[in-house]
Design a binder for this molecule. Structure first.
Ligand code: GLN
Length: 396
């Protein structure tokens, strides 16, 4: 029998998505894979109904339906102050997942080094392997998940082709400040590297933090390859709509990669999503307020469990330190949480380069009632007698 390609032995299936399957099989409340249990905005749903009866059932233009790209460029220009040209600076992709793969394959030759902050969103390791790049890891140190400038500089000394920056960061909730991004850009300029950003949580940022668009910083546009998605902003993770935003030179190459990877994102969904892109500023303010409330609800339960955690500055994930429960690995702990506590999270080790088993990542992109139900289940952890009994059973 022929054997599959060697590169496939270097990574496993997504742990995030496997936790969703485990949650479903044991009836746990699923706070593992980050997606909402509430509907997209009404305007988007109405536009979807209309789009189903429109002339949008065949391939759209490979790099994105013109109407969608125009609305997207308008929104980006409003948010960033840039003058993005929908015909030159954008490729519409199947989610930020494809955008990242396109960015990596556009930027990197096999053997090139790429700086990745650890912990990192688990796709980046697979993106690096599939594009032939070799990651250099720079640690984001718990509990605040800051980086050490000397370590970052040392990583740049190794002549990477690119650095990946997830901002706001999944899984840590870190929001990179303007100064940090300027420092990263300065180093990238000095060592002639691309800055590849992944920004699907751009509108989910908690006060007093603000989101900084790296591509809009002075003298940055030619160097930054921005990957983004509509998934989280409009609660449409299943629509798989994302994009790459970059200079015309980069986009000319990125289009080729995208064209042969997927041909294009779903045409009727691009048509319908225009209604989302055209929503007024008040929509984004409300989204922010609503996520801030969800964060407060969920964190208030976590506080009562006594387990330490780092408050996210952005995105909708929280890394909870479960080391006090005494499990040998976080994978066992996460399975126990799903089966015995009834709340599923993702074992933190799937985001770390280092052998780190202290954390489970939970997300709170859920209706408040779901968060209350999950919170009530998590409160069992504060019941010493229950905990002792259940953990003893586990060890038998
Ligand atoms: N970004 C989400 C997470 O980290 C979902 C990932 C996915 O399954 N595409 O959970």
């Amino acid at each position: 029998m022929p054997s599959p390609a060697n590169r496939l032995a270097q990574f496993s299936e997504s742990v995030i998505r496997s936790m969703t399957r485990l949650a479903n099989s044991c009836g746990a409340i699923n706070l593992s894979q980050g997606f909402p249990d509430f509907d997209p905005p009404e305007a988007v749903l109405a536009a979807l109904e209309t789009a189903t009866r429109g002339p949008h059932h065949q391939y759209a233009v490979t790099w994105g339906a013109p109407r969608f790209r125009k609305a997207l460029a308008n929104k980006i220009n409003r948010d960033t102050g840039l003058a993005v040209d929908p015909d030159q600076h954008l490729v519409v992709t199947c989610g930020s997942t494809e955008a990242m793969m396109v960015a990596m394959m556009t930027a990197c030759n096999p053997g090139d080094k790429v700086i990745v902050f650890s912990p990192f969103y688990e796709n980046y390791a697979a993106d690096a392997i599939l594009s032939g790049a070799e990651p250099i890891y720079v640690t984001l140190n718990a509990p605040n998940f800051g980086y050490n400038s000397a370590e970052l500089e040392a990583a740049f000394e190794q002549k990477p082709k690119a650095i990946i920056v997830c901002n706001p960061s999944n899984p840590t909730g870190k929001v990179f400040t303007r100064d940090e991004l300027l420092e990263i850009l300065e180093l990238a300029k000095k060592h002639d590297a691309y800055v590849i950003t992944d920004e699907p949580y751009e509108h989910i940022v908690y006060e007093p933090q603000v989101h900084t668009y790296a591509c809009a910083l002075p003298d940055a546009f030619e160097r930054v390859i921005t990957c983004n998605s509509l998934s989280k902003t409009y609660s449409i993770t299943g629509w798989r709509l994302g994009y790459v935003l970059a200079s015309a030179t980069v986009i000319a190459q990125a289009r080729k990669v995208h064209d042969f990877l997927t041909v294009g994102a779903a045409a009727p969904l691009q048509e319908a999503a225009v209604a989302g892109l055209e929503l007024p500023d008040s929509y984004y303010a409300e989204l922010q307020t609503s996520y801030a409330r969800k964060r407060d609800v969920f964190l208030s339960y976590l506080r009562q469990t006594g387990l330490p955690f780092t408050e996210p500055q952005g995105a909708y994930y929280v890394m909870v330190d479960i080391s006090s429960l005494g499990f040998p690995t976080d994978t066992e702990a996460a399975a126990w949480f799903a089966k015995k506590v009834g709340v599923a999270g993702v074992p933190g080790s799937s985001f770390f380069r280092e052998p780190e088993h202290r954390f489970i990542r939970f997300h709170f992109a859920k209706k408040e009632e779901t968060l209350h139900a999950a919170g009530e289940r998590l409160l069992r952890l504060a019941d010493a007698a229950w905990l002792k009994e259940v953990l003893a059973l586990e060890r038998d």
